[in-house]
Design a protein around this ligand. Structure first.
Ligand SMILES: [Zn+2]
Length: 368
């Protein structure tokens, strides 16, 4: 592998953009969208590949009429349209500025908005959307490779779907997030992707592991064949390391009821399954109304709120009518621990060391 320190090279004295690949990022799925384009653009019907509309600017609310996309006074269009800016490749969707082009698709009587843009441009927004642009360069580079690997793997497996990356799977805030430091970190790692056993894998990352990362399969049963876990002592120096939350019996019963479990009052909670060599809970037993309900830890977090039960690394005690959850870390715990990686970079470890630490036995390659 040859690594070069910029996203472009000079050939015959001329700056030449290096070829990336296109990413399709889901932006919204809603009954209407507001779209603004301040430059010349065309609207293409992807079915026929023909231009159906062309103008110098656009500022409309788009909705659905009789199963077709509609905007303006009288215009209705096919159920799928590609808005392609022809000069500056920018558009504003619901007030947020994005690069690239936009496909709108009528999907389940809502508008599915998908942003098409080069992978490297996408990662330049994801990195500062995920972590602080002020962190050391080596952690910014590690995050760039992790996000690119994650995206590249999703691109491979979702090629038959409308988009590669669903909204919210990783943070993507559009152009406003971009800045020189994180864009540099993306440029110097151009096209670099991690492989595990010769396969690109979903390189998950999270805020704080709390001392031990977790196997992907323990969180999502389909996430098989990911790199192993790591004991991480580098993320304990921030305010997210420890968390506590209290629920009354009634509050917890309400949460479980909303999730379809039908309980009146929770009697007790205990770990059902733990990770083999480290203190993560993989499933819980909830005793309620004489019933015994086993709930996977990730499902329990979803029921209570991912930002309430912040991790699966916790203990639970009962005093009177109150359950107290004391935990460590924030996030699912799989893959790279962002605050741990930040500390490693401050200890002058380079991004290759950080990636190997959180994704053991992986190999870095350039894929384009
Ligand atoms: Zn950690």
């Amino acid at each position: 592998m040859m690594l070069t320190p910029a996203s472009y090279c000079r050939a015959a004295g001329k700056r030449v953009e290096r070829k990336s690949v296109t990413v399709r990022a889901q932006l919204v799925h809603d009954s209407s969208v507001s779209l603004q384009i301040d430059n010349a653009f065309e609207i293409i019907d992807p079915q026929t590949n023909k231009t159906v509309f062309r103008a110098s600017r656009f500022n409309e609310k788009i909705h659905i009429t009789n199963g077709a996309l509609a905007f303006g006074k009288r215009l209705t269009f096919p159920p799928e349209l590609l808005f392609q800016p022809t000069r500056a490749e920018f558009f504003r969707l619901n007030g947020v500025l994005y690069r690239g082009s936009l496909k709108l698709i009528v999907d389940q009587n809502k508008i599915l908005a998908v942003n098409y843009l080069p992978m490297e441009d996408y990662i330049k927004s994801v990195v500062p959307s995920e972590i602080s642009k002020l962190w050391d360069y080596e952690v910014l580079k590690a995050q760039a490779v992790a996000a690119r690997t994650f995206t590249y793997q999703h691109r491979n497996v979702n090629s038959d779907k409308h988009y590669d990356i669903p909204y919210g799977l990783q943070q993507y805030k559009g152009v406003i997030a971009e800045n020189a430091r994180t864009s540099w970190a993306v440029d110097v790692t151009f096209g670099q992707v991690l492989f595990y056993h010769d396969k690109v894998f979903p390189a998950f990352f999270h805020t704080v592991c709390g001392g031990y990362t977790e196997q992907g399969e323990a969180v999502w049963p389909t996430a098989k064949g990911l790199p192993g876990v790591t004991a991480c002592s580098y993320c304990s120096n921030n305010s997210y390391f420890i968390w506590e939350h209290k629920f009354t019996r009634k509050e917890l019963a309400d949460k479980l009821n909303k999730a379809g479990y039908k309980v009146n009052s929770v009697d007790s909670i205990e770990p059902h399954e733990k990770a083999p060599f480290y203190p993560r809970i993989r499933s819980l037993t909830v005793h309620a109304d004489g019933k015994r309900i086993v709930i996977p830890a990730n499902r329990f977090r979803a029921i209570c709120g991912y930002n309430v039960i912040r991790s699966s690394l916790f203990t639970v005690t009962l005093s009177g009518n109150t359950f107290t959850f004391n935990g460590r870390g924030w996030g699912h715990g799989v893959g790279l621990c962002q605050y741990g990686a930040k500390t490693l970079a401050e200890l002058h470890k380079d991004y290759l060391y950080i990636l190997e630490f959180y994704y053991p036995k992986t190999e870095l390659k350039r894929v384009y």
